[in-house]
Design a protein around this ligand. Sequence first.
Ligand SMILES: CC(C)(COP(=O)(O)OP(=O)(O)OC[C@H]1O[C@@H](n2cnc3c(N)ncnc32)[C@H](O)[C@@H]1OP(=O)(O)O)[C@@H](O)C(=O)NCCC(=O)NCCS
Length: 166
Amino acid sequence: MTPTPLKPKSWRDSYTEYKEIVAPPHCNHHGTVFGGHILALIDKVAGVVAMEHCGSPSVVTASMDRVNFYQPVKQGQILHLQARLTYTGRSSMEILVRVYGKDLKDPDRKPWLTCEAFTTFVLVDAEGRPVRAVPPLLLETEEDRRLYEEALARRQARLRERGTVS
Ligand SMILES: CC(C)(COP(=O)(O)OP(=O)(O)OC[C@H]1O[C@@H](n2cnc3c(N)ncnc32)[C@H](O)[C@@H]1OP(=O)(O)O)[C@@H](O)C(=O)NCCC(=O)NCCS
């Protein structure tokens, strides 16, 4: 019997934001937030997007692409993460996370992009094996289509790096 096709879903249904004020334990001796702290937040927020999209908590991080830090965020400033789905495969999902800094003490300064990351999560079963049951992503706008097309190339590059595609 042919399985029933999964209903496509908009990225808006799983879009997730998270904010926190940068506290001393998360800073280095320059008073700048540790890159590793930001990476952990990216992983958590992107994981929530993946779970919401599949309607299941059984997802694992498969990869996080290279992350460049453009501008620092310092103690007392705000970290603002915005995470959206950009691509769905059979069991995998790509999520783009953008991280901004904001300084409440300097209202004239616009929020600045500190980094962005493309993460891939995979829906798994109880044994940790991929489950090919991720609802397809609804492509509604030009930007949705552009991000999706670009994600296909990123996927190929990742699998090539992993040694799965020559
Ligand atoms: C991610 C994982 C489940 C993939 O399992 P696998 O048996 O190698 O899977 P497959 O080769 O069948 O690929 C399954 C899907 O994952 C994707 N994938 C696999 N490795 C990937 C990688 N490094 N980056 C991006 N996507 C990846 C594939 O493209 C495929 O997607 P699709 O079903 O949408 O086409 C497995 O490698 C794993 O469990 N890794 C550890 C995850 C983990 O514990 N993360 C937390 C940090 S330790």
